[in-house]
Design a protein around this ligand. Structure first.
Ligand code: NDP
Length: 241
């Protein structure tokens, strides 16, 4: 197996943290990016808010200057946002799209020309089962992941001829800080009963999978010459998709 130069966002916790560790242990060179840079494992931590163009440009330039190439980009950083469509402030919804969609797009646009010129590379986008279904009180999150999946599917077809793989990871429920937020979905006013019913449903579910299962799936994608385009992984993923 050839060691790869990897750049992964959201490496400070949850799925990204587990994936960075898994890739380092497998012998790859891993640049992990996040705002909480002290929590990024491995020797190459990059401070990055994916909504800040200067951070994103600096991170990509750093990896290229130090390694001469980026073989793998894992777009993992993401946030949730829950509440009724009627209630969620639009500025929060826009911010969600800045992180979950435009952050991915900006990194991809900076890394892609280098992969295209070299005729190889992998772009791995962490979506969700939420990218294929839609539930009440999660409208904006679902919308952001549906948009991410469409962008990813289009991109895959655009760059296939250049030797660049574009892959979607679709985790189910995974035990991370993020999963805690899902369990605490709240609703106001007219939506209180619905939120209560959703909370009870979440409470009775058996709990999420360990982030390591997603990390292993991503490592296998990174190490495969011809990965499958979509990877449902973890609790609920196979039953829902
Ligand atoms: P965590 O909350 O544990 O991790 C989220 C990561 O994203 C953190 O490392 C955080 O780093 C980073 N991040 C958030 N906002 C920004 C930002 N503006 N700029 C840079 N980094 C940012 O959650 P998960 O590990 O669960 O989530 C990872 C991905 O998996 C997300 O895309 C999520 O949608 C997806 N997912 C999660 C599921 C689950 O059940 N947990 C299910 C399906 C999909 P920092 O705060 O340090 O910047």
């Amino acid at each position: 197996m050839t060691a790869k130069i990897c750049l992964i966002t959201g490496a400070s916790s949850g799925i990204g943290h587990a994936t960075a560790l898994e890739l380092v242990r497998a012998g790859h060179t891993v640049y992990g990016a996040a705002r909480r840079v002290r929590q990024v494992p491995g020797g190459h931590a990059l401070a990055m808010d994916v909504t800040n163009p200067a951070d994103v440009e600096h991170a990509v330039r750093t990896v290229l200057d130090e390694q001469g190439r980026i073989d793998v980009l894992v777009n993992n950083a993401g946030i949730g946002l829950y509440g009724a469509v009627e209630d969620v402030p639009l500025d929060q919804a826009r911010h969600l799209f800045e992180v979950n969609l435009f952050g991915v797009a900006h990194l991809t646009r900076l890394v892609l020309p280098h992969m295209r010129e070299r005729g190889s590379g992998s772009i791995v986008n962490v979506s969700s089962i939420a990218g294929e279904i839609a539930l009440p009180l999660g409208g904006w999150y679902h919308a952001s992941k549906h948009a991410l999946e469409a962008l990813t599917d289009s991109l895959r077809q655009e760059v296939k001829a250049f030797g660049v793989n574009v892959v979607l990871i679709q985790p189910g429920l995974i035990k991370t800080e993020f999963e805690q937020d899902i369990r605490e979905i709240s609703g106001r006013g007219a939506y209180r009963d619905l939120a209560q019913a959703m909370a009870e449903r979440a409470e009775s579910s058996t709990g999420g999978s360990d982030p390591a299962v997603v990390a292993t799936a991503i490592r296998k994608v990174v190490e495969s010459a011809h990965p499958r385009p979509r990877h449902p992984v973890g609790h609920l993923a196979r039953t829902v998709l």
